[in-house]
Design a protein around this ligand. Structure first.
Ligand code: SF4
Length: 419
């Protein structure tokens, strides 16, 4: 999304009118930014390309370009298979795309983006690539080694975003925990978060994709003490069984994982933990899967997502393991985890009934409004659905009394207007 937004800003400077993810059929040129992470994402990307290839065949659009991870990895194959696409580009090809659509290479302010999110929040990508080698993951093969953006450049980008009305920064990277190692010779995520929290206008900073092994203590302290940091951590654990974690090459075991969670829960009271798990990895026998279910039951993550393993060519997993489990069994395991999580999520949500929470309003929703607390990230987490006679404004904070809850969302009423 951030890459698309940077490209869109350059295209706008070049005189184009931009539509994002739109059903508006007036578009003459379509650029598809693809994902190539796992089987499901690849399939979705290919289906989108085919849909627009058909539109080009019908004459509805004039030009079709494809960029991003899938294109980086498979452009030669795709070029042969889908002739309607005018050209395929990789992950760092903004200049080439501008040339292809005839836009002069104008200079734009560093970090300039055309936001596709509501104007009060934006993603901030702090580094690119990943130097780890998790067995199942093709991202380092696609995006290359971990390269951090300097603190000053990120602070300027955050200032630019704040001037456009952004109040919430969603910090993303393939491996946020390693921020700074390549540039400064040490991990500097806590220092970066401190610098970002000084930016005028930024009220919430939310940390995504924090790799768990050797998790920095200073980031835990920052989560505890810095009031601009949401009490929220997206920490992808993938598994808990020692044998599976070893096969996954995650550099962490069960004991260290449990110690880290204990430390986060005790040092950052009230923190909402989001994790992602990967089921069906080679080595995950019935006992290892049962161990994973027990772990989910014990920890009670506030948010949780599950992927099923798919063998990705070129990865350590593809070279060293046999992908023995069928897709049906992998999906059964994923469904079992999500069913368990649904009950946990419902009971955690119900415990919030009667409380008054600070909510950032995102949008109108039906006859009311939808917003989020600091414990919820957009798109992936729950929302607070608000009934209010009084008109409310997107991007403002409100005190909302929670009156009901379900597995996903909270329901509430306006209590006192804050800002
Ligand atoms: S840390 Fe994340 S991006 Fe890097 S190799 Fe592991 S799963 Fe892939």
């Amino acid at each position: 999304m951030v890459d698309s937004e940077k490209l869109m800003a350059r295209l706008r400077y070049g005189g184009y009118t931009l539509l994002h993810d739109s059903n508006d059929t007036s578009a003459k040129i379509v650029i598809i930014n693809t994902c190539g992470f796992i089987a499901g994402a690849k399939e979705e990307s290919v289906n989108t390309i085919l849909e627009f290839a058909e539109a080009k065949r019908r004459g509805d659009i004039e030009q079709l370009f494809v960029m991003g991870c899938l294109s980086e990895r498979y452009k030669d194959d795709l070029r042969k298979e889908i002739e309607e696409v005018d050209d395929f580009f990789g992950v760092s090809s903004i200049d080439d795309i501008l040339t292809a659509v005839g836009v002069p290479h104008v200079q734009v302010p560093r970090g300039e983006r055309l936001l596709t999110t509501p104007k009060h929040y934006a993603y901030l990508k702090i580094s690119e690539g990943c130097s780890r080698r998790c067995s199942y993951c093709a991202i380092p093969l696609i995006r290359g080694k971990h390269v951090s953006t300097p603190v000053e450049a990120l602070v300027s980008e955050a200032q630019l975003l704040a001037q456009q009305g952004v109040k919430e920064l969603l910090v993303v990277a393939q491996d946020a925990t390693s921020y700074g190692v390549d540039l400064y010779g040490k991990r500097c995520l806590a220092a970066l978060l401190a610098a970002l929290s000084e930016v005028d206008g930024i009220e919430w900073i939310r940390l995504h994709y924090a790799y768990p092994a050797h998790f920095p203590d200073d980031v835990i302290e920052a989560l505890r003490n810095n009031s601009k940091l949401c009490k929220y951590l997206d920490i992808p654990l993938q598994h808990v069984s020692d044998a599976v974690l070893k096969n996954m090459r995650r550099g962490i075991n069960r004991r260290q994982t449990c110690e880290l969670i204990g430390k986060l829960r005790s040092r950052v009271p009230g923190v909402a933990l989001r994790t992602t798990l990967l089921v069906g990895h080679p080595g995950e026998d019935d006992a290892a899967f049962a161990e994973l279910l027990d772990f989910v039951r014990e920890v009670k993550f506030e948010r949780l997502g599950v992927f099923t393993y798919s063998e990705e060519e070129g990865t350590y997993g593809a070279r060293h393991f046999k992908d023995a489990l069928g897709q049906e069994e992998k999906q059964r395991r994923a469904d079992a985890v999500m069913k368990l999580q649904a009950g946990i999520s419902a009971s955690l949500n119900h415990a919030k009934i009667g409380k008054t929470l600070r909510v950032m309003l995102d949008r109108r929703e039906g006859s009311g409004y939808a917003g989020r607390t600091e414990f919820d990230s957009p798109e992936v987490d729950g929302e607070v659905l608000i009934a209010s006679e009084k008109p409310l404004t997107a991007g403002h904070f409100y005190s909302i009394q929670i009156t009901a809850a379900d597995e996903f969302d909270l329901y509430g009423e306006l209590k006192i207007t804050n800002s």
